[in-house]
Design a protein. Structure first.
Length: 84
């Protein structure tokens, strides 16, 4: 989700050892851009929870993504291919 928002590779500026250490210690999370939609940010942060039981299921993620997408109907409609 972070990559979709930023179009960047996470941790591209870190040495692989620092990435592995951050993952092992569960302390590595990319910074969320300030321009990120609040619902999108909340979902990302839930997915990143250190406590696995607090992370959403895939069904919950899909439901939340549909709700987020529904907030932007004009943009979604503009991206539909024309069939004429």
């Amino acid at each position: 989700m972070w990559e979709l928002i930023t179009g960047e590779e996470p941790y591209a500026d870190l040495h692989y050892g620092a990435i592995i250490g951050g993952i092992v210690n569960n302390t590595l999370q990319p910074c969320v851009p300030e321009s990120c939609d609040a619902d999108w940010k909340a979902l990302m942060e839930r997915c990143w929870s250190a406590e696995p039981s607090e992370r959403p299921t895939f069904t919950e993620v899909a439901k939340d993504l549909r709700a987020i997408a529904a907030k932007f109907p004009a943009k979604a409609a503009a991206q539909q291919p024309r069939t004429s």
